[in-house]
Design a protein around this ligand. Structure first.
Ligand code: IMP
Ligand code: MG
Length: 174
């Protein structure tokens, strides 16, 4: 049977996201509009809580990229399933991702968006597994650094399941 063990509680996540929102707001000038680009599907919950903690001017867009499917290892192949609705040229863009693991997905997305001439470009990830990195990617805002465990919940899935959990858990067999 598949079991889940809580790694980060809903309270811990909410508290950290409020901290991240404060950091972000401090880093941009008052009155600057920040354009947040959420990466679907994993980043949807992080995005929803992050924007609710921000009181600056914010606009949102989403991209959908192919994920692991039922596998738990990265192929390095990234497929854009849904591109942005609006142009990012001249805007302060922050990409909002659930997790940076090998870094391959983020590396691809960063190159793609930077090529569209945003005014500034930064990255926010709720989770980071630095021990798994295959490519160096810049992440200005990291929620939590975690060890090399496959995690689910709070947007993250295994075979499309567990995304609805309000906490982050480690998936294991028992
Ligand atoms: P990458 O290896 O950095 O390219 O990660 C690609 C994507 O794999 C992430 O955006 C997640 O959607 C997914 N992923 C990576 N690690 C995990 C995990 O521990 N649980 C669930 N999804 C993960
Ligand atoms: Mg993702």
């Amino acid at each position: 049977m598949t079991t889940t063990t809580v790694m980060l509680t809903a309270d811990q996540i909410q508290k950290r996201i409020r901290g991240l929102a404060a950091e972000i707001e401090q880093d941009y000038g008052a009155g600057e509009e920040i354009h947040l680009v959420g990466v679907l599907k994993g980043g949807f919950m992080f995005m929803a809580d992050l924007v609710r903690s921000m009181s600056t001017r914010v606009t949102l867009d989403f991209m959908a990229v192919s994920s692991y499917g039922k596998e738990t290892t990265s192929s390095g192949q990234v497929r854009v399933l849904k591109d942005l609705d609006s142009n990012v040229e001249g805007r302060h863009v922050i990409i909002v991702e659930d997790i940076v693991d090998t870094g391959l997905t983020l590396h691809y997305l960063q190159d793609l968006l930077k090529a569209r001439a945003p005014r500034s470009f930064r990255t926010a990830c709720l989770l980071s597994k630095p021990s798994r990195r295959k490519v160096n990617v810049a992440v200005e805002y990291t929620g939590f650094t975690i060890e090399d465990k496959f995690v689910v919940g709070y947007g993250l899935d295994y075979a499309e399941k567990y995304r609805n959990l309000p906490y982050i858990a480690v998936l294991g067999d028992s």
